[in-house]
Design a binder for this molecule. Sequence first.
Ligand SMILES: NC(=O)c1ccc[n+]([C@@H]2O[C@H](COP(=O)([O-])OP(=O)(O)OC[C@H]3O[C@@H](n4cnc5c(N)ncnc54)[C@H](O)[C@@H]3O)[C@@H](O)[C@H]2O)c1
Ligand SMILES: O=C(O)C(=O)C[C@@H](O)[C@H](O)[C@H](O)COP(=O)(O)O
Ligand SMILES: [Zn+2]
Length: 366
Amino acid sequence: MSERIAVEAAAPYEVVVGSGVIGELTDVVGTDVRRVAVIHSVAVRERALGVRSVLGRDQLEVHLVEVPDGERAKSADVLEYCWRVLGESGFTRSDVVVGLGGGSTTDLAGFVAATWLRGVRFVNLPTTVLGMVDAAVGGKTGINTASGKNLVGAFHEPAAVLCDLDVLQTLPRPELRSGLAEVVKCGFIADANILELIENAGAQSVLDPTSPILAELVTKGIAVKARTVAEDLKETGGAEGGIGREALNYGHTLGHAIEREEAYGIRHGEAISVGMVFVAELAHRHDLIDADLLQRHRDVLASLSLPTTWAGAFSPLLAAMRMDKKTRGDQLRFVVLEDLGVPRILAGPEEQVLRDCFAALAGGLR
Ligand SMILES: NC(=O)c1ccc[n+]([C@@H]2O[C@H](COP(=O)([O-])OP(=O)(O)OC[C@H]3O[C@@H](n4cnc5c(N)ncnc54)[C@H](O)[C@@H]3O)[C@@H](O)[C@H]2O)c1
Ligand SMILES: O=C(O)C(=O)C[C@@H](O)[C@H](O)[C@H](O)COP(=O)(O)O
Ligand SMILES: [Zn+2]
């Protein structure tokens, strides 16, 4: 059984979730296509070979473009390598890029597609929970630079996203957990039912790649992402009363800074987990949320063994946060909650309050 979630973009597309849905790839790649470049990470090489043999049957010329695992793929060097392969293969505007891998791979593949010939079609085949619920959907593509995370990129929507749950069976457990941090994020910003599902089911079944509960959480996370991006495709502002796509950045201001500070040795979802506790502290200290909602952040994340504390110096993080895309001029802006499911922007908090929130993090429980 599969679920189909529509994303109402300028060119609407579907996110298909279920076991075996990779079988739809030939259809979504489409006709009148001569070449397909499958940009994939090393870890999913076997899957890439499978994709090549399926697409190759239709007389397509399939180029496998293997890139490093994880964040190392999101570099100017790897981007340049992909451009070179496309150039040497004579890749035209009617050809298609396929991104096969986790969020790092699909962020890169999407940016390759956004920039080659000023934009070609691309299809995402995410192979991590995080890729399925977040990175592969919504059209944010890009790479990192020495100054920080995702600083160069483009909005470029995929033509389709196929989330084949079977691929999760090889995903290492810490990666699965990391993806769940973005699912928890969706719970706090938009769909409290996600939190209840996790709290009631318990970690064992949530972390089981074959469990119906994980499939349900993935589908619900995608639904939040699809709804949010459809309202504000390019992060220019939400509908009346809302903050639009910036809501999806919950926990990311500090989270991205931690990733950079750790030289990407921490997983994205782990850093975002710490970042969500930080902004919950911030909201609590501004009397926006009560102590119970703050504690609920720690509890649900800890129940999945996601980190809720981080020990290190604050000043480098503050400097990195100034490079966050939500910053305007010298003013830092954070996504916080004013209630469960009600995100808002908190602009220009006092530096001392930020330091106090950080100290509370480093010290664990308040
Ligand atoms: N564009 C967006 O909207 C968006 C949203 C969220 C996150 N992101 C980005 O996504 C990235 C994180 O993505 P991620 O958590 O998927 O990590 P990842 O892509 O770095 O993958 C994690 C590791 O798992 C391996 N892997 C992937 N699929 C596997 C599988 N099925 N079996 C075995 N190993 C597998 C990868 O090769 C890698 O080593 C970050 O760069 C983050 O900034 C982007
Ligand atoms: O889709 C979005 O919008 C998000 O913010 C989703 C985030 O989970 C994701 O990590 C995104 O890549 C962060 O974007 P950035 O604009 O802060 O780089
Ligand atoms: Zn994220």
